[in-house]
Design a protein around this ligand. Structure first.
Ligand code: ZN
Length: 382
């Protein structure tokens, strides 16, 4: 029976360190074996103490939140989460004192020097990786399952991430005596300052190996091209990112993998402009169509539709075709398609048309100064 650490202390998952300390002090008062009558007091006390130790350590709490209770407990049993193992520098985790707030002097120095004393052997989540993908507007409309390749670090298959062959001889690093860290004491105007650094010889592992893995050169990871599939949801906007959980860089020391973030760019379209979930389309119509009205075909991303033009439609007038835009990414339905009428002024009139238009103008009492020489030149050039 293992209980979530947050439940043990009765705090929310986003409780501050102060709230956790406070909750722990209350539990400690309640269950302190010297005080409580509860027959399970000692066990409850220990649980509360463990919960407090983990949740008040930023690194451990982050690991705990990422790994979940069960996996964290397993890793903890192997000692893999023990941030202060052998470091001698992380200060007390309360030691034997249940009311101790942790935080020996070295904690302060670690903060001072950017926490150089973190244990390199602790499980760590792999980094998030990023890639880009370009899709058509049609694909953004329909949604698409896209296969793609990405070159990413993966755990070395030869050594399984160890960086050395399994049968390599292993010895304790003499530089740091297996601690993975070296401590340097400096005399400063403020007094003696102790600085803890990752051991350069063993790179924090605390052990040296007689052989290095030939495949990864000791890194424990190799660059590999992976082919993956991602479902791009209908309605995705240009510049939005998709997250593929666990497809990033491998975690270290049993930590979880990072994620892969795919930034999607949606290509432009020859017919449509997009604004959020709405689409815009310019429909070219002739002067007679605008004058007399007509039924025109308007393309959409889902086949074409017919739209009625009223007689006397003006150039620049805009009509809304409801629900003919892009699907909404989160939520139901579609945006709209806005159709802007563009009345096209003809540029290649034949003589008959020209005369008809002149007659049209004159019938309206309009005087049009037609450049006869212009038409003359056009006629002669034909
Ligand atoms: Zn390897």
């Amino acid at each position: 029976m293992s209980e979530d650490f947050y439940e043990v202390l009765g705090v929310s998952r986003d409780a501050s360190e102060e709230e956790i300390q406070q909750a722990y002090r209350e539990k400690a008062r309640e269950y302190h074996p010297d005080v409580s009558d509860d027959p399970n007091a000692e066990e409850k006390f220990k649980k509360a103490k463990k919960a407090k130790e983990v949740l008040t350590d930023d690194e451990k709490r982050r690991m705990y939140d990422q790994m979940g209770h069960e996996r964290f407990q397993q890793a903890d049993k192997r000692g893999a989460t023990d941030g202060d193992r052998g470091a001698g520098g992380m200060g007390g985790m309360g030691g034997g004192n249940p009311f101790g707030g942790g935080g020996g002097m070295n904690d302060i120095f670690d903060q001072f020097f950017g926490g150089g004393g973190r244990d390199r052997n602790a499980p760590r989540q792999g980094e998030d990786l990023r890639t880009r993908m370009s899709i058509s507007l049609e694909a953004a409309y329909e949604g698409i399952t896209r296969e793609f390749s990405v070159t990413r670090p993966e755990t070395c298959p030869e050594c399984d991430g160890a960086g050395h062959p399994p049968d390599a001889d292993t010895r304790t690093c003499p530089e740091c005596n297996g601690q993975g860290q070296t401590t340097r004491v400096q005399q400063t105007p403020l007094g003696r300052v102790q600085q803890t650094q990752t051991c350069r010889r063993c790179e924090g592992e605390g052990r040296l190996h007689s052989e290095t893995c030939g495949t990864c050169g000791g890194d424990g990871r190799v660059q590999r091209e992976a082919t993956l599939q991602v479902d791009v949801p209908a309605g995705i906007q240009d510049g939005q990112s998709l997250r593929m959980s666990g497809e990033g860089a491998p975690g270290e020391n049993g930590g979880p993998n990072g994620d892969l973030l795919i930034e999607v760019s949606v290509e432009g379209h020859p017919d449509f402009e997009r604004d959020g979930d709405d689409l815009y389309y310019d429909a070219a119509v002739s002067i007679p169509q605008a004058v007399f009205g007509d039924t025109i075909e308007v393309p959409t991303l889902d086949g074409s539709v017919e739209m009625d033009l009223e007689p006397g439609t003006q150039s620049g007038e805009r009509f809304r075709l409801q629900g003919k835009g892009m699907p909404r990414l989160r939520g139901r339905g579609h945006g709209d398609l806005y159709v802007t009428v563009q009345v096209v002024t003809p540029t290649d009139l034949n003589e008959e048309q020209r005369e008809a238009l002149q007659a049209f103008a004159e019938a309206g009492g309009e005087e049009v100064n037609v450049d006869e020489g212009f038409f003359e030149r056009i006629r002669n050039s034909l």
